[in-house]
Design a protein around this ligand. Structure first.
Ligand code: SF4
Ligand code: SF4
Length: 72
């Protein structure tokens, strides 16, 4: 399972940061959103559904632990 932010599409609107029920998104030193605690994700899918630009994708693999990948 992986949650992927495609930074070519991300507008840094921070909707995912505001909507994640677990508060797993944080802002780096430049104010850019990233997933800070991927192991606590419970796969609700809210971040992917609410991302207006299609930059966020949650994939599911029940045989592996969560991995969050930044694409630049
Ligand atoms: S909701 Fe989508 S566009 Fe907005 S900050 Fe998150 S990943 Fe980027
Ligand atoms: S799938 Fe849900 S819990 Fe996981 S990062 Fe997205 S909004 Fe947060």
């Amino acid at each position: 399972m992986a949650t992927i932010i495609d930074y070519k599409k991300c507008t840094n609107c921070k909707v995912c940061y505001e909507r994640c029920p677990e508060g797993l998104f944080e802002l780096d030193g430049d104010g850019n959103v990233y997933v800070a605690r991927p192991d606590e994700c419970w796969l609700c899918g809210a971040c992917q559904m609410d991302c207006h630009s299609g930059a966020l994708r949650v994939t599911y693999d029940l045989n592996s632990k969560p991995v969050f990948v930044k694409l630049k």
